[in-house]
Design a protein around this ligand. Structure first.
Ligand SMILES: [Zn+2]
Ligand SMILES: [Zn+2]
Length: 316
C-alpha cells in the first residue's frame, strides 16, 4: 500500500520485492499494527522521509528462509555515534531513521529491516495480537516509566496504547482512571473491562487527583486539563508525536512542582524490557483486523475515533 503524497489515499500497487542485504533481513509480513503516527503521515501533519512510502511500523513478520518470527518497531536505524546514541538515548539520535517514515514499512507483503532493530517474538502467538505491542506497547511502556511510580494513573485517550498500558499498570497494582471523549462509551467500557476503576469525560476532573497522567490523544486542549487533574508533584507525559496547539493556561496549573514533558520514540532497551513484561502481565490486545488492501479504511476509522482498541492490517 503506497502513500504517493500526503493527503492522498493509500493505493494498492505492485512494487519490486525488497532484497536482503548484509545486516538486513528480508521479512515476510504477517501483520502490521496501525498507529496514529501513520495517520499523521498520511494526512501531512508529519513529513514523510521519502515518497512514495510504505507506512507501518508495528510489523510482525517471519524471516525469509529461517522462519523465525520477529517484530520491527518505529526505531529503524541509529548512528551509534552522536551524543544521544552515546548516552543511552538513541531514541533522540540526530540521524535516526524510522520504519514507515524513512524506511518502507509493513503495509506490504515483504519488507527489509536492519537486524539490530528486529526483536524476537513468540512463534506460536497470534500475529494480530502481537502487532499493537510494537508501538502502542513500547511507547506506552516508555511513557509509563517516565511518569514515575505514582499509584493513581490517568490515561487520556483510550485507544491502542492506553488499552495496553492500562493492563500493565493494573498488573503493577496502580489505580487507573481513563479519560475519553464524554460520549465515547465503547472506549469507557473497554477501559473498565481492563481494570480501570473509573472512566469518563477527559475535559472534566476525575473523581480524585492523579499522581501521573499520560496523554495519547492528539488534542492539545488535554494538556491543561491533565495538569489540573494531577496532584502537586504529579507528572503529565505527552506520548504522541503530534498534537494540536496547546491553549495557554494559568501558571498555578503547573505550580507546585507539577511536571509536563513529552516522550519521543523508543530505545532498543525499551523494546527488550517491554517485550519481556508483556507475557508476564499477560497483555491481551483488543484488535480490529483489516485486509492489506483495506489499510486506507483502517486509517479513516482511526481518524473518526471509531476503532475500539487497536487496528491491525493482516497480511499473511
Ligand atoms: Zn507508532
Ligand atoms: Zn545517533
Amino acid at each position: 500500500m503506497l502513500l504517493d503524497r500526503p493527503g492522498s489515499p493509500l493505493r494498492l500497487a505492485d512494487v519490486p520485492e525488497p532484497e536482503a542485504a548484509r545486516g538486513r533481513l528480508r521479512l515476510r509480513v504477517e501483520a502490521c499494527g496501525v498507529c496514529r503516527t501513520d495517520l499523521h503521515l498520511r494526512d501531512g501533519e508529519l513529513e514523510p522521509g521519502r515518497l512514495p512510502l510504505i507506512l507501518g511500523h508495528q510489523i510482525v513478520a517471519r524471516v525469509d528462509g529461517g522462519g523465525e518470527r520477529v517484530g520491527v518497531p518505529w526505531l529503524g536505524w541509529t548512528c551509534g555515534e552522536c551524543v544521544y546514541c552515546r548516552s543511552r538515548r538513541e531514541n533522540l539520535c540526530v540521524r535516526a531513521r524510522f520504519t514507515g517514515r524513512d524506511i518502507d514499512g509493513g503495509y506490504a507483503e515483504w519488507t527489509v529491516a536492519d537486524e539490530r532493530f528486529c526483536f524476537p517474538l513468540p512463534g506460536d502467538a497470534d500475529a494480530l495480537q502481537l502487532a499493537p505491542l510494537l508501538c502502542g506497547g513500547l511507547i506506552g511502556h516508555r511513557a509509563l516509566r517516565l511518569a514515575g511510580d505514582g499509584e493513581r494513573l490517568g490515561l487520556y485517550g483510550f485507544g491502542a496504547a492506553a488499552h495496553i498500558v492500562c493492563q500493565v499498570a493494573v498488573h503493577e497494582r496502580r489505580r487507573v482512571f481513563a479519560f475519553t471523549r464524554a460520549e465515547d462509551e465503547d472506549a469507557q467500557r473497554l477501559a473498565r473491562s481492563l481494570g480501570a476503576e473509573w472512566a469518563g469525560d477527559a475535559m472534566a476532573p476525575g473523581p480524585e487527583p492523579l499522581d501521573a497522567a499520560l496523554i495519547f490523544a492528539p488534542a492539545g486542549a488535554l494538556v491543561p486539563a491533565a495538569l489540573r487533574a494531577v496532584a502537586p508533584g504529579g507528572t503529565v507525559v505527552c506520548a504522541g508525536i503530534h498534537m494540536s496547539d496547546i491553549p495557554s493556561f494559568a501558571y498555578r496549573d503547573l505550580w507546585q512542582e507539577r511536571v509536563l514533558r513529552s516522550v519521543a520514540n523508543l530505545t532498543r532497551a525499551d523494546a527488550e524490557e517491554f517485550l519481556a513484561i508483556a507475557p508476564r502481565v499477560p497483555v491481551r490486545t483488543r484488535v480490529e483486523p483489516f485486509g492489506l488492501d483495506d489499510a486506507e479504511r483502517a486509517l479513516q476509522r482511526l481518524r473518526a475515533g471509531e476503532v475500539v482498541g487497536a487496528a491491525v492490517v493482516e497480511v499473511g
